[in-house]
Design a protein around this ligand. Structure first.
Ligand SMILES: [Zn+2]
Length: 427
């Protein structure tokens, strides 16, 4: 079935346009036809209800209250800063949740993380981004051009800015260098277990809040997809891996460790003849990072509108300056198409400046995209999210409209992933 759809697309859009044109002409010919002669169903030609789209049924199993409850569950571990007990407890909790959903084949990536040497004051270096030279346009991280009002951004490192004393105490212990772990589980494909899509979010956070949006919102999205795809009646031809990265905030170290350890294992059957593929070939990496807050551009005084903007959307970004730019763009548009078909409330848009997220280490290896509340470089980087890395990134900060934007991103990725992996419902 999937192959047929692909063939239609491959055969060329001209045919589809022709079909569309024919329809348009026949409709024109019908104008003036008396209503009684229109093709209303009769006893001879009963209306056959179209079989319900199984993917629509799967998307319908996502639920706002479940999504919110998963985010709430993550916030019990505060900001989940990497290299702390609260971060390790969150990894354990996530693994237990995945198992409870039926995604029982959980595994962990282990790696070592050492703290970087502190920057010498006045030495310049990576932190000191230079402004544009006279006559040049400013350039955001990722290569886009920022526009409009820019508000202050940065990471809060002051625990005293967290007014909730219980949360402040929970977030107080700081990072200790050493071994790190991150967890994933896999839906195994029936006919192509050797190929997979990777669906990710990062479970660590910073800023002395609850990291509810960054990135509890993406982590909960991935967990909700694991729940729906692990339902016993869901079957996919290709595999899907659900992974919750650690150490994103310290420089994508968890995703980098995964690529370093597993890139060469892709598509290798192990043990030989077993039909088992510990690392299916990467067909695409779909990252989710900050899914909820789209209130628009900062106001002239640097504050943000209190209400979500009416134009709120899901931003799907690929990176144009990569070896896989073409296939990554195709993946982005496939996901946009799934949004049009399956997301209930909000549209999606595609941008070409993916940056600063766990899909970065994949971007020259396989198709890679990230989904967010806004463009990372030109918008979030320009101060469009006032809670970013701040003590205010707490569950209670967000309205149901904000949570619903995250849910729509979940509907979008679930629909796209189901289509791309050939998902069906078993009778
Ligand atoms: Zn993030």
């Amino acid at each position: 079935m999937r192959r047929n759809i692909s063939n239609i697309v491959m055969a060329g859009i001209c045919e589809l346009i022709l079909i569309g044109g024919t329809v348009a002409i026949s409709r024109q010919q019908q104008t003036g036809t008396p209503p009684t002669q229109q093709t209303a169903p009769t006893a001879q030609t009963p209306a056959v209800p179209a079989a319900e789209d199984p993917i629509k049924i799967m998307v319908g199993r996502l639920d706002l209250e479940k999504y919110k409850a998963t985010i709430k569950g993550l916030t019990q571990f505060g900001d989940r800063r990497q290299g702390t007990d609260r971060n390790r407890a969150a990894v354990d909790w996530i693994e237990a949740q995945l198992k409870s959903y039926g995604c029982t084949n959980t595994e962990r990536i282990k790696y070592d993380y050492q703290l970087p040497a502190p920057r010498t004051p006045g030495a310049g270096g990576a932190g000191g981004r230079r402004g544009p030279a006279p006559g040049e346009n400013p350039v955001s991280s990722g290569g886009g051009r920022p526009r409009g009002v820019k508000a202050k951004t940065g990471v809060n490192n002051d625990p005293m800015l967290q007014p909730d004393e219980t949360l402040r105490a929970l977030d107080m212990p700081q990072t200790v260098a050493g071994e790190r772990e991150e967890v994933y589980c896999t839906k195994i494909g029936t006919t192509h277990p050797d190929e997979m899509y990777i669906v990710g979010g990062h479970m660590d956070g910073i800023g002395f809040g609850e990291a509810a949006n960054d990135d509890g919102s993406g982590t909960a999205l991935v967990m909700e997809l694991a729940r729906v795809f692990s339902s016993p009646d869901v079957q996919t031809e290709r595999s899907i891996r659900f992974i919750l990265w650690n150490n994103e905030e310290s420089g994508l170290n968890g995703a980098r460790a995964y690529v370093a350890q597993r890139q060469a294992l892709q598509g290798v059957e192990n043990p030989a003849g077993s039909g088992k593929y510990p690392e299916p070939k990467w067909l695409g990496m779909i990252q989710h990072d900050m899914m909820m807050f789209d209130h628009g551009m900062p106001l002239a005084d640097g504050t943000l509108p209190k209400e979500q903007r009416p134009e709120a959307d899901v931003n799907i970004e690929f990176q144009v300056a990569t070896k896989m730019a073409g296939p990554s763009q195709a993946l982005a548009w496939s996901i946009e198409g799934a949004n049009e078909k399956y997301a209930t409330d909000y549209p999606a848009s595609v941008g070409n400046h993916m940056t600063n997220t766990d899909s970065d280490p994949f971007k020259d290896i396989c198709p890679a995209v990230s989904l967010r509340e806004n463009d990372r470089g030109t918008q979030i980087g320009n101060g469009w999210d006032p809670n970013w890395h701040q003590p205010t990134d707490m569950y209670k900060t967000y309205s149901d409209k904000d949570f619903r934007l995250g849910l729509n991103a979940a509907q979008t990725t679930l629909g796209a992933t189901a289509m791309m992996t050939g998902a069906v419902l078993k009778k």
